[in-house]
Design a binder for this molecule. Sequence first.
Ligand code: NAD
Length: 488
Amino acid sequence: MPPTAPSAAVTTARFRALIGGALIDIPGARIDVAAPATGEVFAQVPDCVLAELDRAVTAARRAQPAWAADESARRTALLRFASLIEENAARLANLLAQENGKPLRAAQGETFGAVEHVRWTAEAEIATQTVDHPGREQVVLEHVPVGVVAAIVPWNAPLVMAAHKIAAATRVGNTVVLKPSPFTPVATLALAELAAQAFPPGVVNVLPGGDELGRGMTAHPGIDLVSFTGSAAVGRSIMAAAAGTLKRVILELGGNDAAIVLDDADPDAVAPGLFFSSFLLSGQVCQAIKRLYVHRSQYDAVVERLVAIAEAAQLGEPFDEGVTMGPLTTPAQRDRVAALVEDARARGGRVRTGGHAVERPGYFYAPTIVTDLDDDAPLVAEEQFGPALPVLVYDDLDDAIERANGTPYGLSASVWTSDVARGAEVARRLVGGSLWINRHAGVDADIPFGGMRQSGLGRESGLAGLLGYTELRTLAVPTLPTTEEVAR
Ligand code: NAD
């Protein structure tokens, strides 16, 4: 990516909703968007309500049949969308860093992730299968669009998720109405400007709005599938709301990912990766390591190295030189992490480093390592979604596996070892839709991703992810006898 001019200024740009191909200013209430690194409002966006939702759904329904009928137009539009994101990457990354608080480098990485997702999806091949019933018929198995998709996105990686959901839904012939989080709508509305150039009117609609708008989407009779990424609590209410009209749902929810460090691991080799996978985006990643189980023989060495790395982290604003860690994205999230650490302290946990908010504007919390906790401490048992990692000791591997699997979640898990084959063997005993050896977290456009248990339903990315945005339809075609067969 070309170098970008650092900018944390209040933006005067107008951010508008995209409805039926037009970028629209909605009169009335607006959402103030604060920069988490300063706490100051830097942009305003429209606050869409149910009237705008109705307009967007009507536009999406109208556009859907023609869009579904022309696969080559779909590929062309998606490739154009990918190129437009690439050309506008500097602006998108700047806005994303500002509204989310992540370091600019991370925002640039996310922006390129968005390009990759859209491009891969444009080029993906979806095969039609046939089953022969000899002498009778040939049955064609076709993947057809579901109709209109509602896509609802959280605040931690808003740009790549919006780009991914738009691409996956539209690639297979659906049209889409997308709602970003009210905390991070800005880069997504800049993305909507590009969508307006790449797609025919009505195919992609983007409505900024709050939770009430999300509730409206899940109940709307004109929507056929809800693709939601966010917390398990909201996922449950979406599933319940979708039942009224039997909508399809794809749910990518929270997790409480465990990582296990085996007795053969080299602490020097694994500590940097463990730290990165636990604290990336200040721990606000669904797949981040949220509980770390370390064999007693390696425990002190691993804790010591993690503390040293945490203390060397450079906290700062997204555009600061050398910054490695930003703030939490919302004050509520910072307060939740602080409360979990206070609770851990109160029940005898040892805070080895951090354990406090940082005295500066914005929503910063120091990277925190806590030891000496039981598995039922809320910092261990719940999803903290922030920069506070509990490190737990184990003696017996079977016991560690049981503890790692002992939550209602099943998003992902990892094993850290010098013996990769042994690591794979242990990993297969863990519950998670994604398992890794010596790394943790990361979503690839071509690899299906999603949670087991209460971490979700369905998959995103890869071919399996794309198929989740389709219905399977069969068409039985009678195989008529040939002229020769009739003559015989
Ligand atoms: P959230 O669930 O509070 O909100 C997500 C989105 O849902 C927002 O756009 C919000 O406005 C909307 N929403 C809220 N209530 C709604 C309702 N009743 N009906 C419809 N929409 C509603 O999540 P968040 O706080 O923005 O994000 C953090 C959570 O997201 C964490 O739990 C994290 O683990 C999860 N997450 C999961 C994944 C994954 O792929 N599995 C990825 C990123 C984040």
